[in-house]
Every structure is written in structure tokens, then in C-alpha cells.
Design a protein around this ligand. Structure first.
Ligand SMILES: *Cc1c(COP(=O)(O)O)cnc(C)c1O
Length: 461
């Protein structure tokens, strides 16, 4: 299996190279050259199989010769051994035909752990074999950073630097980043907002000399290996609920479009999926795209679901690539308009029809999210985080059987949940001492040279 850039440039790479580089040199994202498919009988045969076995079967066709079967199985087993639920991603029922897929049983209580716990181990194995090391640099609004630090803490081959906006992440998110004491992981509180953190990381990657010298690597949601690891739970959920004999819809709380795009990958592989429902908060660029065909930036407003407060949804480029018949030049032109002075672009009639054939959408403003959290708790007994509530609201509003992805544990966003429901969610027992663990907080100015100097001083690469 080889990977090509959505912008049509460069030579195809194998799985390991696509994983270790993250972003293509032409600015595009890596996608598989073709979609491997899983026949219906093979899907049916996975009924009752452990999560790890489904993970192996689903991902195996994509990794080529990067890992042999025994090694790949062992890495998968190790990745999920620390999850707080035996099923890894269990289902709960919240309506006659509506289910919740709980993706928050990992070490940092958000679905980011599902992919990050695995790619931490894939990086470790691949780099140790090559005798190389990397410096991972990333920006976070909270969940990616905590999952990355948890996945790479203690790594012998990677130093991990996470930039987060000072004072703008939840206390649980901050503590998950600042309490690991291993010397190779570093949370840096930047005196700026998330966009400032993201801009600093982009500037580091665009300084090619520095990038090569520091051996920078990216593990943000555009990394193909992360998308792939997320396709697995669409299979486990659908199979548990009757696939391939029954097709379900999935409602996905969406920010960077990584999680829902993983559902699209599962569908391309042959999993019967009725509709993929993009669920957004009031930062609704993707909902508007489905409704009107205009993909147009209007600015981001902060919400109680901060992991979805995103305007340029990076992984949407991967879907556009297919909607435009895999025409890299067309995607380059669209992306230039999104990044330039224009607010965005209109989808071609063909692309819009193709989008609407597979995707639905729903949008919830802040008052609606708060009401949803209260209503879901009263009617189902489930206390959901704001992101998960948005998914559940979209699934319940959709006709036919559907699964909502619960992307974070309520205790990761206790203030918003308490304001909506009157109940303060408790941390699971395995991390109940989070508030007592000592923190290491490094505050840095929003200044690219100062940030580079800080990272250079601490990196071992
Ligand atoms: C990251 C995140 C999302 C959005 O996922 P994308 O892959 O960026 O669309 C939704 N909910 C939570 C809790 C998250 O951490």
C-alpha cells in the first residue's frame, strides 16, 4: 500500500514514511492510493471478536510491510491494555434505535487516546529499528496535547513538546499535560490563544533547516496513522449492532474532521454505513457547507466544546480529494483560496452532490448544548460532555438506527457539565489523584524565536 498527497505532488510513500512525516512536502495530506476492501463474509466473521483482533484485521491491509503480523499484534495489544474498559469502546443505548459509542476509556479520557496510544508505539518501534530519534512538536486546545504527552512519556526515541494556550484549557486538560514527570515530555503554556500556538508550530515546520536539524515530527490529527486507528471502532460498533446485515448512521462531534473521516474510510472499505452525520457547535462551517455548498470562514467563537472550535478543518481536504475525483491540482487551487484573502470557496455541483449522498449535518448553539446535556441526563441517565452531547443530539434527531460517538468523558469538562445539569462529574477512580499530583508549568511568550530556543534547549534530537 502506498500513500499519495492530496495536492498531487511528490513521490508516493509507504506507510512508515507517511506516518513519520505527517504532512506531505507539497502541503497536502497523505491518503492511500486505493481503498482495500473487506468482503461481507470477513466482516460477519468478526462478530464477537475482541477489539484488538478487529483492529488488526482492519488496519493490516494499510500498513504493508512496515511491521510483521506478530509485532503489529503485540503493539496493538499493548496500546489498549491500559484502557479502563474491557471492551475498549463499549456501546450504551440512549434511544429505541440510538446508541452511544464510548471512546473515552483511555488514559486521558478522550477519544484521542485510541489513536495516540497506538501511534506512540508504532513510532517507538519504527524509530528504534532505524536508530533514529525525533522531536514531536504540536499545538493543542487540550485533548490532543494530553493524549500525545501520555503516549510519548518516557519514550527513548522521541521528545515531545506541546504548545497550549495559557489559561484557556480546562484544569483537567492542563493537569494531564503538566503532571507527567518524565524528562522527555514538555507542556508549554504560550501567552496567546490556540491560533497563536498553531501558527508557531506551522512556522517551525516551515523553517526547513530547523525542521531537519531538529528532526521534527507531527502527530496531530492529519497524521494518516491516527485516522486509520480510528476507523477500527466504526467496525466494532457496527458489527456489534448487526453489520453487515444492517446499515447504521454515525453522528460524529466534528472539529478537524479526523474522526468522521475515519468513518468514511470504514465505509470505503465496505462497512455498510448509511449516513455520516457531521455534528457541530456554533462554529458550523462544515454544517453550512453541507447545507449550502459554500465552504466559507466566518471566524471562530469560543464554546463549551472547545475541541470543536475550529474553522479550517484540516482533514476535510482528504474528503474533498475524493469528491473532486482525486484531482490534486483542483485541491491545490481550492486550498490556495481558503488560505489566501478569500473567505473560502463554493463546491462544484458534482462535489456537493457527492458530499450530500453520504453525509448529513446538524448544528447546536450553546443554549441547545446545555439543554441537551440536561435532557439526556434526565431521559437516559447518561451524563455527557458537551462534545458528546452534540453527537447524541444529532443522532437522536436522525431517523433510523444510529450511533453517536461519545468523544470525551464528562469529567474532562466538569464546569460546563455542572452548569448544564447541576451535577459535577467525578474522575474515574484510576485517576482520582490527578488534582494532587505536582505540576510542571512552563510559561513562554508568544514569540517564535523564544519558543524555538526553549525547544532546542530541551530536545535531545
Ligand atoms: C478532538 C475532539 C473532537 C473533534 O474531533 P476531530 O477529529 O477534530 O473532528 C471532538 N470531541 C472531542 C472531545 C475531541 O477531543
Amino acid at each position: 500500500m502506498r500513500y499519495i498527497s492530496t495536492r498531487g505532488g511528490g513521490a508516493p510513500l509507504d506507510f512508515e514514511a507517511a506516518m513519520l512525516s505527517g504532512l506531505a512536502r507539497d502541503g497536502g495530506l497523505y491518503v492511500p492510493e486505493s481503498w482495500p476492501t473487506m468482503p461481507r463474509e470477513e466482516i460477519a466473521a468478526l462478530a464477537g471478536a475482541p477489539y484488538e483482533e478487529v483492529a488488526f484485521r482492519v488496519m493490516r491491509p494499510f500498513i504493508g510491510g512496515a511491521f510483521d503480523d506478530a509485532e503489529f499484534r503485540a503493539l496493538i495489544d499493548a496500546a489498549y491494555a491500559g484502557f479502563g474498559h474491557r471492551l475498549r469502546a463499549p456501546l450504551a443505548q440512549i434511544g429505541e434505535e440510538t446508541f452511544l459509542l464510548e471512546l473515552h476509556h483511555g488514559p486521558t479520557l478522550a477519544f484521542k487516546d485510541v489513536a495516540m496510544q497506538l501511534i506512540g508505539r508504532l513510532f517507538e518501534a519504527a524509530l528504534a529499528r532505524k536508530g533514529e530519534r525525533v522531536t514531536i512538536v504540536g499545538a493543542t486546545s487540550g485533548d490532543t496535547g494530553s493524549a500525545a504527552i501520555e503516549a510519548f512519556r518516557g519514550s527513548a526515541v522521541a521528545d515531545c513538546f506541546i504548545l497550549y494556550p495559557h489559561g484557556r484549557v480546562s484544569e483537567v486538560q492542563r493537569r494531564q499535560m503538566t503532571t507527567p514527570s518524565e524528562p522527555n515530555v514538555h507542556a508549554i503554556a504560550v501567552e496567546g490563544d490556540f491560533d497563536a500556538c498553531q501558527a508557531a508550530v506551522k512556522a517551525m515546520f516551515n523553517d526547513h533547516d530547523w525542521r531537519d536539524r531538529m528532526r521534527l515530527a507531527a502527530v496531530n490529527s492529519i497524521n494518516w496513522a491516527r485516522v486509520l486507528a480510528q476507523a477500527v471502532y466504526y467496525f466494532t460498533a457496527a458489527i456489534a449492532l448487526g453489520a453487515p446485515g444492517r446499515a447504521l448512521s454515525f453522528a460524529v462531534p466534528t472539529g478537524n474532521f479526523g474522526d468522521i473521516y475515519a468513518g468514511y474510510v470504514a465505509k470505503r472499505m465496505g462497512l455498510p454505513v448509511d449516513r455520516l452525520i457531521i455534528a457541530t457547535n456554533r462554529n458550523d462551517i462544515l454544517h453550512r457547507t453541507v447545507e449550502t455548498g459554500l465552504h466559507e470562514k466566518r471566524g471562530v467563537a469560543p464554546t463549551s466544546s472547545p475541541s470543536m472550535d475550529i474553522e479550517v478543518s484540516s482533514n476535510f481536504e482528504r474528503l474533498l480529494f475524493d469528491l473532486y475525483g482525486r484531482d490534486g491540482a483542483a485541491i491545490s487551487a481550492l486550498m490556495a483560496r481558503l488560505g489566501g484573502n478569500e473567505a473560502g470557496f463554493a463546491l462544484s455541483p458534482g462535489a456537493l452532490a457527492a458530499l450530500r449522498a453520504e453525509f448529513g449535518s446538524a448544528r447546536f448553539d450553546e443554549a441547545e448544548v446545555s439543554a441537551l446535556i440536561g435532557r439526556l441526563h434526565r431521559e437516559t441517565g447518561q451524563l455527557l460532555c458537551p462534545h458528546s452531547a452534540i453527537g447524541a443530539g444529532a443522532a437522536l434527531a436522525y431517523p433510523g438506527p444510529s450511533v453517536a460517538l461519545a468523544t470525551a468523558h464528562a469529567a474532562k469538562f466538569p464546569d460546563a457539565v455542572e452548569a448544564a445539569s447541576g451535577l459535577r462529574p467525578a474522575l474515574p477512580p484510576r485517576m482520582a489523584d490527578l488534582y494532587e499530583r505536582p505540576e510542571r508549568i512552563t510559561v513562554a511568550p508568544n514569540d517564535i524565536d523564544a519558543l524555538k530556543a526553549l525547544i532546542e534547549g530541551k530536545s535531545r534530537a
